[in-house]
Design a protein around this ligand. Structure first.
Ligand SMILES: *Cc1c(COP(=O)(O)O)cnc(C)c1O
Length: 359
């Protein structure tokens, strides 16, 4: 068996230790005589898996009392609709910050339910985030939504927007658990699991309890935070196996020393890769250095004609899924928590060697 270093943006690499443990427990989870996949979500075995995962996530993120943690389906993309359906509460508008591809999708969906006001618009095509002082907040906005990490553009906010009493809603899909956050600054934090939490199919939502209220008329049961929270995420059959794997990832993060320790590793990994890109005359990263992502690092080669051979040779060297998103081109190295420092070092060495031979 040989595992590659997988730089996929998502579904992304999982920690090898987690996969090995899941393998050992596959046929018989802790003497239960069955796989987690085969268990009733209402039985005591799965209930213990579910509550342990929630407790570990609360501890890792320091989620205060007064917040619910939901383990849902539908991806971050369902949250694009659930947020306005549940939070508008009769208001006609919401503020959105537009920093890239995922913000745009959230904005398009919200536009079906309310008047979207763009706060602190960034010039088209620019890889940056608006300066904090340029954010205008509209006084009747139901909430402000932003994307702390734009997975496709490789942009990460260096600050948390200040919204006063207006609830702050954030799509944390590609940066959750990469560093400590002050959850009390947020009304809702949501994330598709397949980047930095676990397998695709699970969506984690952390929501302040006072925001759980009667949604707009016609909202389906599965899109009501109240229904889902009231049933402890078991209104219908939850994604049990993905929830279990997420729980193993949370325990792995705790063994690594928690989010402060993980953040130091992430900063080192990203710092080394950006330094290698900036230090070469051959590779380039288009993002404003003030807001470069620790998780997704897009880069281009001086000669795009070499892209195909770069990818083919990288694959030979065990470095896979480096092709950039079709909307941005070039390469993208996603270096989430599960990417070991050795993987980033292997990529840096390969890049230097490739440049020496072809640059
Ligand atoms: C991947 C991603 C999404 C989409 O998530 P799904 O779970 O596929 O709906 C949304 N927002 C961000 C920031 C992402 O990285």
């Amino acid at each position: 068996m040989s595992r590659s270093y997988n730089f996929s943006a998502g579904p992304a690499a999982l920690p090898e230790e987690v996969l090995a443990q899941a393998g050992e427990e596959m046929l018989d989870w802790q003497g239960s005589g069955m796989s987690v996949m085969e268990m009733s979500h209402r039985g005591k075995e799965f209930m213990s898996i579910a509550s342990q995962a929630e407790a570990d996530l609360r501890e890792l993120m320091g989620i205060p009392a007064g917040y619910k943690v939901l383990f849902l389906q539908g991806g971050a993309s369902s949250q694009f609709a659930m947020v306005p359906m549940n939070l508008l509460q009769g208001r006609k508008s919401a503020d959105y910050i537009n920093t890239g591809s995922w913000s745009k999708k959230a904005i398009a969906e919200a536009g079906k339910y309310c008047d979207v006001k763009i706060s602190g618009a960034t010039p088209k095509g620019e890889f940056t985030v608006p300066a904090a002082e340029t954010l205008e907040l509209n006084s009747d906005a139901a909430y402000l939504h932003y994307t702390p990490n734009e997975t496709i553009q490789g942009i990460e906010f260096p600050y948390v927007p200040e919204t006063g009493d207006v609830p702050l809603v954030a799509d944390f899909s590609s940066t959750i658990l990469s560093r400590p956050v002050d959850v009390s600054q947020y009304g809702i934090i949501y994330a598709g699991a397949q980047k930095n939490i676990g397998p695709a199919g699970l969506t984690v939502v952390v929501i302040r309890e006072d925001l759980i209220a009667e949604p707009m008329a016609g909202t389906p049961a599965m899109f009501r935070y109240g229904t889902l929270a009231g049933a402890d995420s078991m209104y219908n059959t939850p994604p049990t196996y993905a929830w279990y794997i997420a729980g193993l990832v949370f325990q792995w993060l705790k063994r690594k020393g928690g989010l402060k320790a993980v953040a130091e590793i992430n900063e080192r990994k990203a710092g080394a890769l950006y330094a290698a890109i900036d230090g070469s005359g051959f590779y380039a990263n288009p993002v404003d250095p003030r807001c470069r992502s620790w998780m997704n690092v897009p880069f281009t080669l001086a000669d795009p004609e070499l892209d195909a051979s770069f990818l083919a040779e990288a694959k030979e060297a065990g470095l896979v899924t480096l092709k950039g998103h079709r909307s941005v081109g070039g390469m993208r190295a996603s270096i989430y928590n599960a990417m070991p420092e050795a993987g980033v070092q292997a990529l840096i060495s390969f890049m230097a060697d490739f440049e020496k031979r072809k640059g």
